[in-house]
Write a protein that binds this ligand. Sequence first.
Ligand SMILES: [Zn+2]
Length: 245
Amino acid sequence: MPGYRQQTMEWDIKTQLMYGCKIVALDGQGDLIWGHLTARDPEQPDRLFMKPAAMGLEEIAVEDLIQIDLSGQKVGGERQVHNEVFIHTEIMRRRPEVQCVVHTHAPWAVAFGSLEQPLVPVGHEGSLFADGLPVFSQFTDLVVTPERGEAVASALGAHNAILLRNHGLVTCGTSIPEAVMTAVFLEKACRVQMMAMAAGGPKAWTPPEEAQVKKQRIYRPWAFESAFRYLVRRIEEMESGRARS
Ligand SMILES: [Zn+2]
């Protein structure tokens, strides 16, 4: 069936990472200059490309990206490193299959993470987190040391998403589309559950066995890529409209 297979991204890793930054911004996860994404360099797996500090997610261009090593030191690029770089380095160190890590201060995820309520699959996207959504609560301060990064990576374990209580979210994946779209789906799952809670609380949600089926059926690699490409088209349309006006 056309489209029902893994697509091959025509964009190089840095271009995909730039689009990833713009997608999480389009999703409302930007917090002024805060929030960051990394992607593993396919040529040197112990080097990561990273969004620099002091810039908004939506304004990133390929030439703004910096390169860091797994100790968090900058090894390439002009701009500044985020001091929470250790979220990325410690997850990448523990999980060699991970190609991309996303950290944002997504507002619905921050609000939901404060409720001490388990996430339930109210809509489809909740099923993506059917294996559990860890909440990191050892501290709410910034992740500014390798030890703190390791604590977050350890709480994440084998999952692809975690809420940092009173702080934000972290997602990862074996591709940039998977990590980025997991952040988008997590923010939506939190938002939809809070909408149901505001209307008296959800009375019904997808049962666990069906959530597993939906997770496999809906959230496949081609779907992450197709949704990522769709959002890139929307961004390009918006940016070309802005350039015309
Ligand atoms: Zn943060």
